[in-house]
Design a protein around this ligand. Structure first.
Ligand SMILES: C[S@@+](CC[C@H](N)C(=O)[O-])C[C@H]1O[C@@H](n2cnc3c(N)ncnc32)[C@H](O)[C@@H]1O
Length: 448
């Protein structure tokens, strides 16, 4: 049965949201606010339906022809058929809608989104999957599926990835290295990291098994054929849930990839988290540190610090930074990064954040937190409020968990939101990052 639906807004997830006759909510992938679409209802739930576009009856003028043959088949992009300026507006709207709906926070406090310098070719890291169909293939996962779409060229990837995507399957077939499929074989993924600073690529091969036949030959051949590959790594990861995790061996090169920002230098090891958009990350570091108005005397707690992306700049501008991170490889890299940047006033602690917070008795002037998608959660938020920092900075990649946590901070009556600034780390996708600055209420005047 088909229905006519007017799309009112976008869900965090990128689907258009409208109402069916009678008022039931319907989610429609690929439809944008302001459009009238005819949809087939493909799934009925108690509180909502899912519709599939049959026809765009009235489209918005900002639609454009997507310049990628894999769009809507591959799960990498959501908004490739939408003008970039409009994408930015929709992302601001998604963030405002989540804040209003979940936390009753008015959109007025949300600043203008920081756009990406490049809307294409911006990704510093991409995870490709191997497949075998008479020959080895490399591709990206389809949305909500384990099926792989072969990709020769991805618009989000730096140009230097294309040659590698062509070359690697040839070498794999030459050395007859079996792809992991139907619970048999070895090779699962190829993760590529690009550094604009060095103009080099780190190639990370992820295997199901410890055994990786001909891996040295593969590495030698790859750097010979693609000289800008500076490191080749083997990661052994038996888990099928997370791509980039597990012990690793350096097959070729230094085993780290280097990035330089304003003045700070970062060494990034294969399995550590690092932000994915060079230009926007630089803007985030700048925004965060400038708006904290540091005087040099502050003690700062940087939660979910990774390898020190924010801690390094924060340490240079304050008295002392304690950086808490659970990933061993990131902590080791964080310590190395502090050394490389000649900073002696950072202490990296390898710990789960909640465990650290529960055991902590020290006081901090400022707490910075950049949790994964699940957000901080009740326990961590309560503990942070109890620790009474003068300022809190919350960096979030998920507007719904952000709204849930901000509601707790605001409802405690002890913290006030100063600003929420969105950043577009991932053009062409629904993702939106936000930096939130909060100050303590009813205490000595805070200069923000
Ligand atoms: C969104 S990343 C942010 C990293 C860093 N702030 C940056 O900008 O590069 C989140 C980080 O939290 C770490 N992490 C995830 N769960 C954690 C936990 N329960 N306790 C401590 N760190 C955790 C991850 O390893 C990752 O480095």
């Amino acid at each position: 049965m088909s229905e006519m639906v007017y799309i009112e807004k976008l869900a965090f997830g990128g689907q258009g949201i409208g109402k069916l006759p009678g008022g039931k909510i319907v989610f429609v992938s690929g439809a944008y606010p302001g459009e009238l679409v005819e949809v087939d209802i493909i799934s009925e739930k108690k509180d909502y339906s899912i519709g599939k576009i049959k026809k765009i009856v009235e489209g918005i003028s900002e639609r454009r022809v997507p310049q990628c043959p894999y769009f809507r088949n591959c799960g990498g992009c959501d908004f490739l058929d939408l003008d970039y300026k409009k994408q930015l507006q929709f992302k601001e709207d998604i963030l405002k809608d989540q804040l209003q709906r979940i936390a009753k926070i008015s959109g007025e406090i949300v600043g203008k989104i920081q756009k990406s310098k490049n809307e294409f070719g911006y990704r510093l890291k991409m995870e490709f999957s191997f497949d075998y169909q008479k020959q080895t293939l490399l591709g990206l996962k389809m949305k909500n599926s384990n099926k792989i779409v072969q990709v020769r060229k991805c618009l989000l990837a730096p140009k230097s990835f294309n040659k590698i995507l062509d070359t690697v399957p040839e070498i794999i077939d030459l050395y007859k290295i079996p792809v992991y499929k139907n619970r048999k074989g070895i090779l699962k993924h190829l993760v590529l990291r690009y550094s604009p600073t060095e103009n080099s690529v780190m190639a990370i091969f992820i295997t199901k098994t410890e055994k990786f036949t001909n891996r040295r030959d593969l590495a030698n051949m790859l750097v010979k054929k693609v000289p800008y590959v500076s490191s080749v790594i083997h990661v052994m990861n038996s888990s099928d849930r997370i791509v980039l995790r597990g012990p690793y061996k350096v097959l070729k090169g230094e085993g780290v990839i280097n990035y330089e920002f304003d003045w700070e230098k970062f060494q990034v090891p294969p399995t550590a988290f690092f932000q994915n958009n060079y230009f926007v990350t630089a803007k985030m570091i700048e925004f965060l540190t400038k708006n904290l108005n540091l005087e040099g005397s502050e003690t700062i707690l940087d939660l979910y610090s990774g390898l020190g992306t924010f801690s390094i700049r924060l340490a240079a501008l304050s008295k002392f930074v304690v950086a808490v991170e659970s990933n061993h490889v990131s902590v080791r890299a964080g310590k190395a990064n502090a050394n490389i940047n000649n900073l002696r006033n950072i202490k990296f602690i390898e710990s789960d954040v909640e465990e650290f917070l529960m055991a902590n008795e020290n006081k901090f002037d400022i707490i910075v937190a950049d949790p994964p998608r699940n957000g901080l959660g009740n326990k961590a938020v309560s503990k942070i409020i109890d620790m009474k920092p003068e300022k809190i900075a919350y960096i979030s990649c998920n507007p719904s968990t952000l709204a849930r946590d901000l509601k707790m901070f605001v409802n405690s009556g002890k913290y006030k939101i100063e600003i929420i600034k969105p950043f577009d780390i991932f053009p062409q996708t629904y993702h939106v990052e936000a930096v939130v600055l909060m100050s303590r209420v009813n205490k000595k005047q805070i200069n923000m």
